[in-house]
Design a protein around this ligand. Structure first.
Ligand code: GA4
Length: 320
């Protein structure tokens, strides 16, 4: 999963920041989970169709828990490099990585820890175990709102798939140190290059340092203002397929910050490996054809892990 070479900063691609006008507007939809379910469900569906990303507030997750996990992450990342590598060596379940993303040559200005979230895996810490269980509940709720908003019965059609016992989860802790070569001739260093997430949804929380950007339908990029008290939900490739393209797997990236460190924690919710991924019959209109040829999550995941970060992974499975 992780390769242990350490590229230098001059191998990391540059990003031209969005124009000032775009940068000053934050249009990311906000869903207040204390609203009645039907109102929240409508907002969620609109956000998934128009953006593929939204922010949730009043989520009920303890900020003390979130801060505790963030503090553990920060203390891990402040260890000497060799110690980080030694205590979390890369294996098929994840591990520590520095600047190298995936196995196919992508690089970014970050270091990270990846964990496979499987039923019988040893947890990194009790804080992480607690956090994962809280985020799983949040994800299940959000996925139920998606089903409700699309009038899909049963209400747990998506949540069963992505948060069930055998689901294939991944958890990622990212540390983007301040990157000194910032704003070189109007460009910034790439923190994490543009990509879509292969899974159903991802639940992201970051500290108050900016950097995340999403691509809109017209191809332009906008920054997502950080909010350390909220969670960001993004639609992944599998959910785009399950909704036959109604929901948009959002292209996103992280631009390195010149001054502050960014710390993010993301739970990627994938289905069980053997799960067949195809549009749910309940979303299909009469005579509507699937836009994708059928595949299992295992097939898709394998194809994804052979690709480069910015590749259009779903393209391989689109029907002519
Ligand atoms: C993107 C979403 C998750 O971070 C991730 C990433 C994975 C990795 O870092 O190893 C991948 C990337 C992600 C998609 C394409 C392949 C695999 C890096 C890469 C170049 C953990 C995941 O599941 O897919």
């Amino acid at each position: 999963m992780v390769v242990l070479s350490n590229p230098s900063l001059d191998q990391i691609p540059l990003i031209r920041p969005p124009k000032a006008a775009a940068a000053s507007v934050s249009v990311v939809p906000v869903v207040d989970l204390s609203e009645p379910d039907n109102a929240a469900a409508q907002l969620v569906v609109r956000a998934c169709q128009d953006f593929g990303l939204f922010k949730v507030t009043n989520h009920g997750i303890s900020m003390e828990l979130v801060r505790r996990l963030e503090a553990e992450a920060v203390s891990f990342f402040s260890l000497p490099p060799l110690e980080k590598q030694r205590s979390c060596p890369p294996d098929s379940f994840g591990g520590y990585g520095n600047k190298t993303i995936g196995a196919n040559g992508d690089v970014g200005c970050l270091e990270y820890l990846l964990f496979a979230v499987t039923p019988n895996q040893r947890p990194f810490s009790s804080t992480l175990r607690e956090y994962l269980s809280a985020i799983r509940k949040l994800a299940a709720l959000v996925l139920e709102l998606m089903a409700e908003g699309l009038a899909i019965e049963p209400r747990d059609a998506f949540s069963k798939l992505a948060t069930g016992e055998q689901s294939d989860g991944i958890f990622r802790l990212n540390h983007y140190p301040p990157c000194p070569l910032q704003l070189l001739h109007g460009f910034s260093l790439t923190g994490f290059g543009e990509h879509t997430d292969p899974q159903v949804i991802s639940v992201l929380r970051s500290n108050n340092t900016s950097g995340l950007q999403i691509s809109l339908k017209d191809g332009s990029w906008i920054p997502v203002a950080p909010d350390e008290e909220s969670f960001f939900i993004n639609v992944g490739d599998a959910l785009q397929v399950l909704t036959n393209g109604r929901f948009r797997s959002v292209k996103h990236r992280v631009v390195a910050n010149g001054v502050d460190a960014r710390v993010s924690m993301i739970y990627f919710f994938g289905p069980a490996l053997g799960e067949r991924i195809a549009p749910l019959p309940q979303v299909m209109g009469e005579e509507e054809q699937s836009r994708y040829r059928e595949f299992t999550w295992e097939e898709y995941k394998k194809a994804a892990y052979r690709s480069r970060l910015s590749d259009n992974r779903l393209g391989l499975f689109e029907k002519e």
